[in-house]
Design a protein around this ligand. Structure first.
Ligand code: B12
Ligand code: SF4
Length: 583
C-alpha cells in the first residue's frame, strides 16, 4: 500500500476508556457521539480533500471509533504498522486533552523520527503549553489550516526550514520554541470543499471503513454537515467560538462565509450519494437576508429531497420560514434557547424573547417543519437551581400552547465537561460569577480521568454548586422525559427506559461520592473497577435516548450506484472544474 504523506488520527477523549472506570454522565447526550467524543472535526475532511487536490495523499483513522467497535482492537499494533511522512492529531475540543496526548505518545514511541502535528481550537488556544510536551513537534494554529498544513507537509518532505510557514508553532533544533503569528486567515471558505467523495475513495484505498466513519453509529444514521462559515457573528459569553474569541485567539476579525451557490452545491453532492439528513452548520441568516434567500433558491433549483436541518441563533420570522417551506419538502429546525429565563439568556448574550421563539415554533410547525428541537443547558450565569426546574414547567406550558404537537422536542444537558477555553467567562470568571478549577491544558488533561463528570467539570457558579448542578440536571431531564412521553414526542417504552436510567444514574453518582471518600487507594480503585460496566451503560443516552436526536430519515440511506460512479470517476474531475474560480 502506498505511503500516505499525512495520517490524521482522531483520539478518544480519554485513553484508554476501555479500561478506566469513569461516569462521564450526560456530557455528550445531545450530540451524535458517545461520551468519549469519537467524532472527528469536519476539518479532517476539508484538510484531506485540499491536500489531495494539491498532490499530497492523506489517510484518516478514527482511532476512537475503532476502539469502540472492538474491545480487542490493538491501538499500538495499528500505530506500529503505519508508515507516513507526518502524523496529524486533532486537539480541537478540549475534552480530547487526555486521549490526543496519549495517542501522540504511542506514535512517538514507535515512530520517533516522524513528526507529529497538532491542530484545532484547543491546540491553538494552548499552543505554547502544548508544544512543550515531548511528543508534540508542530502546532498549526487558526481556524483554517489547510494551506499552512500543505506548506508544512511539503517542507517536511523536502527537509526544509518551516520558518516561513504562517500560523506555525514549532520546536527549533529540538527544544527552542518558535511561534509564527496567525496571519493566514482567509476571508471566505470557498477554497475548501466538504466533499465526501474523498472519504469514499479513501475507504477503498486503505480498505478501512470503520477508521473513516465520523462517529460510531454513522453507518446506521449517516448524517452529514454543510459548513456555512468559519467564525460566528454572535458573542455568547460561554462560547469558545464566539466573535470575540475568534478575534482574540484565532485572529479572525470577520466571519468567513461560503458562497451560497457553493453551499447549496455541497448539499446536492451529499444528496447524490446519501439519503441521510444534512445539518447546515451556522445560521444561514448570519450573512444577511440576501445570502439566506439566495441559498434557499439554489436549494430549490437543486431539488433537494433529503431532510435538511437548520440551526438558528435567533428565532426566524414568518417570511423566512415561508421561504424555507417553499425551498424544501423536508426540513427541521433547532434553536438553543439555553434557558426559559430571559434574563439568564440575555446574560449569555442571546437577546430574544420567549414570545419570539414561540411564534417561530408555531409558524414552523404549521408550515411543514418536521421537527423543532429546543436546547436548554445547565451551569449558566444567573441560573439558580429553581430556574432549572422552571425550564421544565415552561416546556409544559409551551406544549400547551401548540396543542401538544409532538414534533417539538426539548432537551436539557449540562455545559460539560468543560466551560470552553477562550470564552469570555473562561477569560474573566470572577466578573461572571464563576470559579474555575482548571486553567491550563495539563490541569484539564488530568481532570479528564476523575471518576465522575461532577469531578471533571472545570467550573462552578455562584448560583449553583457542582452537586446542585448534577442533581438538578438529572431532575430536569427526568421532568422533560415525562413531558415528552405525555405528549407522545417519545414513545412510552423509550421514556420508561430513560427514566430508569436517569434514576439509576443519580444513585450511582452518590455511590461514586462514597467511593471517592475512601482513603485506601487500592480499595477505592477496586470499588470503581467493579462499577465499570454500569458506568459505561449510564454514560450513554442518560438524559434522553440518543435516537431522539435523529432527524427523520429514510430506510436505506446510501445511493449505491452513485457511490460506485464516484469511485470510478477520475479523481477531482468535478471538484477541479468547480473550484477553478476559487483557487
Ligand atoms: C459545528 C460544531 C459542532 C458539531 C461538530 C461537527 C464536526 N465534526 O466538526 C457538533 C454539533 C457535533 C459539535 C459537537 C461538540 N462541540 Co462543537 N462546535 C461546532 C461549531 C458551532 C462550529 C465548528 C466549526 O465551524 N468548525 C469549522 C472549523 C473552524 O473547524 P474544522 O474545519 O473542523 O477544523 C479546522 C481547524 O480547527 C483545524 N483543525 C482541526 N483539527 C485539526 C487537526 C490537525 C492535525 C490540524 C493541523 C488542524 C486541525 O484545521 C481545520 C481545517 O482548517 C463551534 C462553534 C464555532 N463558532 O466555531 C462549536 C465548538 C467547536 N464545539 C465545542 C464543543 C465543546 C463541542 C462538544 C464537546 C460539546 C459537547 N459536550 O457535546 C461536542 C464534541 C463532539 C465530538 N467530538 O464528538 C466548543 C469547543 C471548545 C473547545 N475548545 O473545546 C465550540 C468552540 C463552541 C461550543 N461550545 O459549541 N460541535
Ligand atoms: S453559542 Fe453563540 S457565539 Fe457560539 S457558535 Fe453559537 S451563536 Fe455563535
Amino acid at each position: 500500500m502506498a505511503k500516505p504523506d499525512l495520517i490524521l488520527l482522531h483520539a478518544p477523549s480519554v485513553y484508554d476508556f476501555r479500561k478506566i472506570s469513569i461516569m462521564y454522565g450526560p456530557v455528550s447526550d445531545v450530540v451524535p457521539s458517545g461520551p468519549i467524543f469519537e467524532m472527528y472535526p469536519i476539518g479532517f475532511a476539508t484538510i484531506a480533500e485540499y491536500l489531495e487536490r494539491h498532490g499530497l495523499s492523506v489517510r484518516i483513522i478514527n482511532i476512537a471509533v475503532r476502539m469502540m467497535k472492538s474491545s480487542r482492537f490493538d491501538v499500538e499494533k495499528l500505530i506500529r504498522s503505519l508508515n507516513t511522512h507526518a502524523f496529524g492529531i486533532d486537539l480541537h475540543w478540549l475534552p480530547h486533552a487526555h486521549g490526543s496526548l496519549e495517542i501522540a505518545k504511542i506514535v512517538k514511541k514507535h515512530h520517533p523520527h516522524i513528526p507529529i502535528i497538532f491542530g484545532g481550537f484547543s491546540a491553538t488556544y494552548f499552543h505554547e503549553e502544548l508544544i512543550r510536551y515531548p511528543e508534540v513537534d508542530f502546532v498549526v494554529k487558526g481556524d483554517s489550516t489547510e494551506e499552512p498544513l500543505r506548506l508544512l507537509i511539503e517542507c517536511i518532505k523536502k527537509g526544509g526550514n518551516p520558518e516561513a510557514i504562517p500560523n506555525l508553532t514549532w520546536k527549533d533544533g529540538g527544544e527552542e520554541v518558535r511561534s509564527n503569528p496567525i496571519t493566514y486567515v482567509p476571508d471566505d471558505i470557498n477554497h475548501i470543499n466538504l466533499d465526501y467523495s474523498h472519504a469514499m475513495r479513501s475507504v477503498v484505498k486503505y480498505q478501512d471503513l470503520v477508521g473513516h466513519v465520523p462517529f460510531e453509529n454513522w453507518l446506521k444514521y449517516p448524517i452529514t454537515a454543510a459548513l456555512t462559515c468559519r467564525g460566528c457573528t454572535r458573542n455568547c459569553v460561554t462560547c469558545g467560538g464566539s466573535a470575540t474569541t475568534f478575534r482574540k485567539i484565532f485572529k479572525r476579525n470577520r466571519t468567513a462565509f461560503r458562497d451560497p451557490e457553493l453551499l447549496a452545491r455541497d448539499i446536492e453532492t451529499v444528496q447524490r450519494h446519501l439519503k441521510g439528513p444534512i445539518f447546515v452548520v451556522g445560521d444561514v441568516r448570519q450573512a444577511g437576508d440576501d445570502y439566506a434567500h439566495k441559498f434557499l433558491s439554489e436549494l430549490k433549483k437543486h431539488r433537494i429531497t433529503n431532510q435538511v436541518a437548520f440551526e438558528f441563533f435567533t428565532p426566524p420570522p414568518e417570511d423566512f420560514l415561508a421561504s424555507l417551506k417553499e425551498a424544501l419538502p423536508h426540513y427541521s429546525i433547532e434553536i438553543s434557547m439555553e434557558s426559559h429565563d430571559e434574563e439568564v439568556r440575555r446574560t449569555i448574550g442571546k437577546i430574544y424573547s420567549n414570545e419570539a421563539v414561540e411564534a417561530s415554533i408555531k409558524y414552523a410547525l404549521n408550515n411543514g417543519c418536521e421537527r423543532f428541537d429546543l436546547y436548554f443547558m445547565t451551569g449558566l450565569p444567573k441560573q439558580t437551581t429553581q430556574s432549572v426546574l422552571d425550564t421544565v414547567e415552561y416546556c409544559n406550558q409551551l406544549y400547551g400552547k401548540i396543542d401538544g404537537d409532538k414534533r417539538l422536542l426539548p432537551f436539557i444537558s449540562p455545559m460539560a465537561p468543560f466551560l470552553d477555553p477562550g470564552s469570555q467567562i473562561f477569560e474573566n470568571p470572577d466578573s461572571y460569577g464563576y470559579s474555575l478549577s482548571c486553567k491550563t491544558l495539563e490541569e484539564h488533561r488530568q481532570a479528564l480521568t476523575r471518576p465522575s463528570w461532577k469531578y471533571i467539570l472545570n467550573y462552578e457558579t455562584k448560583w449553583m454548586t457542582r452537586n446542585e448542578q448534577v442533581e438538578r440536571t438529572y431532575q430536569a431531564a427526568l421532568g422533560l422525559n415525562r413531558l415528552k412521553a405525555k405528549y407522545g414526542a417519545v414513545d412510552f417504552r423509550t421514556a420508561q427506559e430513560t427514566e430508569v436510567r436517569i434514576l439509576r444514574a443519580q444513585e450511582v453518582m452518590k455511590k461514586i461520592d462514597d467511593i471517592v471518600s475512601i482513603e485506601d487507594e487500592v480499595v477505592r480503585e477496586r470499588r470503581l473497577r467493579e462499577l465499570k460496566r454500569e458506568l459505561d451503560k449510564l454514560s450513554v443516552s442518560t438524559v434522553c435516548e440518543k435516537r431522539e436526536l435523529e432527524w427523520p430519515t429514510q430506510v436505506f440511506n446510501f445511493r449505491v450506484l452513485n457511490i460506485i460512479r464516484t469511485l470510478l470517476a477520475p479523481k477531482f474531475a468535478r471538484a477541479n472544474s468547480s473550484h477553478a474560480k476559487n483557487k
